[in-house]
Design a protein around this ligand. Structure first.
Ligand code: PLP
Length: 362
């Protein structure tokens, strides 16, 4: 017996995660592969988070506190919002999916960039919405062009800031122009998974938009700078009404007790975040200089990765780097996305890339 699968589901390309380290090490029979492919924190989790995880193990027979009250209170306090403006997700990607589930009816439209985080399109399509993909301009979200695509059917607008994979950012002025043109019932989702790494003074503080009650849902995550990707926990900030609507369809225990406890500890570990930021800033500078020395074009990054054009078949270079034990991410055509690692990892990558480029991309 075959089960018929809806056309909208069949149209979805499954999300392709970065190649796991263990898989490559098994394939090559080596033990020292490096992964600069999933924008993780190369320092790992904060020690404070690890300590509470050990304590939390003895309580695993209990269900977690369903809404993560303590963590929501701490997040609300950090951003000077009310706890009812905070929703937790099993990773911030779950909150994108919850937003699509909550706000889209069949045929509703969602506007997004054409080169951006893949989950927006997957969630929109799975919930019978229509993705309106607007080309980036010079590798940046083009909010002016997105505004021209607004219609009475527009319910969601996804803005990835800084954008994955290009690492670029949009500015306050651009955002305000879009916010001023929104049709009724449209919600802007600001996906700020990498916001903690942004150091441009013009990076917009969208928590201010949440504070003034604008139709904005800001998404942040503990997977990147806080180093807790494996635990799966992120959060959304919006008006109490938007959060309450999403809570109607959120599964009751969507974030687990260990993730909640570790995130709470990580939030207050300022020395870990300061070290992570410093490491990222230095690595970003090192890799940018190395790309310039190799004569490669790359986009200025506000995140923990760099989008580089290697000027030849990117898939072939990706494969040859794999054979040298270095995992990066091949995006489209000649473009790779390189996550910033520890100094030794960055050096090893640059050396491997130099060798690959010197010998051509056979
Ligand atoms: C732009 C962007 N948003 C969200 C996420 C998902 O983060 P989380 O681990 O919180 O689901 C990622 C992960 O790579 C990302 O790149």
């Amino acid at each position: 017996m075959t089960i018929e699968i809806g056309e909208h589901i069949r149209s979805i390309e499954p999300y392709k995660p970065g190649k796991p380290l263990e898989e490559l090490e098994r394939e090559l029979g080596i033990k020292d592969a490096i992964k600069l492919a999933s924008n993780e924190n190369p320092l790992g989790p904060s020690k404070k988070a690890l300590a509470v995880l050990k304590k939390g193990l003895t309580g695993l027979h209990r269900y977690p506190e369903g809404s993560g009250r303590r963590l929501r209170e701490a997040i609300a306090q950090k951003h000077k919002l009310k706890p009812e403006q905070v929703i937790l997700g099993n990773g911030s990607d779950e909150i994108m999916d919850l937003a699509a589930k909550t706000f889209l009816a069949p045929g509703d439209e969602a506007i997004l960039g054409d080169i951006t985080f893949a989950i927006y399109h997957i969630s929109v399509t799975a919930h019978h919405g229509i993705s309106v993909r607007v080309p980036l301009r010079d590798g940046r979200y083009d909010l002016e062009a997105m505004a021209t695509r607004l219609t009475p059917m527009t319910r969601l607008i996804f803005i990835c800031n800084p954008n994955n994979p290009t690492g670029t950012m949009i500015r306050r002025r651009e955002l305000d122009r879009l916010l001023n043109r929104l049709p009724p019932n449209a919600l802007v989702i600001m996906d700020e998974a990498y916001a903690e790494y942004a150091d441009d003074p013009e990076f917009p503080n969208t928590i201010d938009d949440v504070k003034r009650g604008a139709p904005v849902l800001v998404l942040r995550t503990f997977s990147k700078m806080y180093g807790l990707a494996g635990l799966r926990i992120g959060y959304g900030l919006s008006t109490p009404a938007v959060v309450a609507a999403m809570n109607r369809v959120r599964l009751p225990f969507n974030t687990n007790s260990l993730a909640q406890a570790a995130a709470l500890a990580a939030l207050s570990d300022e020395s870990h975040t300061a070290r992570s930021l410093r490491l990222n800033r230095e690595g970003r500078r090192y890799l940018s200089n190395a790309f310039a020395d190799l004569g490669l074009t790359f986009l200025p990054s506000q995140a923990n990765f760099i989008y580089v054009d290697i000027g030849r078949d990117g898939a072939a270079v990706y494969e040859r780097l794999l054979r040298k034990g270095v995992i990066v991410r091949h995006m489209e055509g000649p473009r790779l996305r390189i996550s910033i690692g520890r100094p030794a990892e960055n050096r090893r990558f640059v050396k491997a890339l130099g060798q690959v480029l010197k010998t051509g991309s056979r």
